[in-house]
Ligand binder design. Structure first.
Ligand SMILES: [Zn+2]
Length: 206
């Protein structure tokens, strides 16, 4: 049986952005916790998949216990705008900037360049259905596509534009992209609130 220490360190090393040294520090950190703190930690990890679900509207992860998340339920949000992002951490970064008050849709991935089956990489069918429903129910007016500024992000945005073209025309929707405040190669989730705020405020039609 592999050493418990090494086994845990290997699990942490697989986390995004974590190297072997950091992974070992995490294990030392856990060794310094009390039994009850470790129990709470392992219980939460054990229940994670059961308690956290994807919202039936925006597809983001949430643990409110309801089918629809708190943002989608919030009556104070501007229902005429839908911001499309690739992953949950992008949504958190934008929420923290405090500038955006509309609704979201989480694609759950990106489309790699030369991908033969983009439908399998992102929730495109769900997005199209969601837009149609929001047009009818919420008088949706504008869709903002906010992808990372890198080749895969650009590829995803252009795929989205082509798939949305028909719907956008049919319902006279506005299709927009954030302004170039976000510099090349920078990931949305690591951008500071001020940068996100400027980019969203200076968005333009595409
Ligand atoms: Zn939601």
């Amino acid at each position: 049986m592999p050493d418990v220490f090494e086994k845990l360190a290997k699990i942490f090393k697989d986390f995004p952005g974590i190297g072997p040294r950091q992974a070992r520090r995490f294990v030392y950190h856990l060794l310094g916790r009390s039994e009850s703190q470790l129990k709470e930690f392992s219980d939460l990890v054990g229940e994670l998949k059961k308690l956290v679900k994807t919202c039936s509207l925006c597809c983001r992860f949430h643990s409110s216990g309801a089918a629809v998340c708190a943002i989608c339920r919030d009556k104070g949000r501007d229902r005429s705008t839908l911001l499309v992002i690739s992953k949950d951490s992008d949504l958190s970064a934008i929420e923290q900037s405090g500038v955006y008050k509309g609704l979201y849709f989480v694609l759950g991935g990106t489309v790699p360049i030369l991908e033969k089956e983009p439908e399998r990489k992102i929730r495109i069918r769900e997005l199209l259905a969601q837009i149609l429903e929001r047009v009818k129910k919420d008088k949706l007016r504008e869709i903002i596509i906010s992808m990372n500024v890198n080749p895969e992000g650009e590829n995803t945005a252009s795929y989205l534009r082509s798939r949305l073209e028909k719907l956008v025309k049919e319902h006279s929707l506005k299709l927009a992209a954030p302004g170039r405040g976000l510099s090349t190669g920078l990931e949305l989730e690591y951008s500071d609130p001020e940068t996100i705020k400027n980019a969203l405020e200076r968005r333009s039609g595409v």
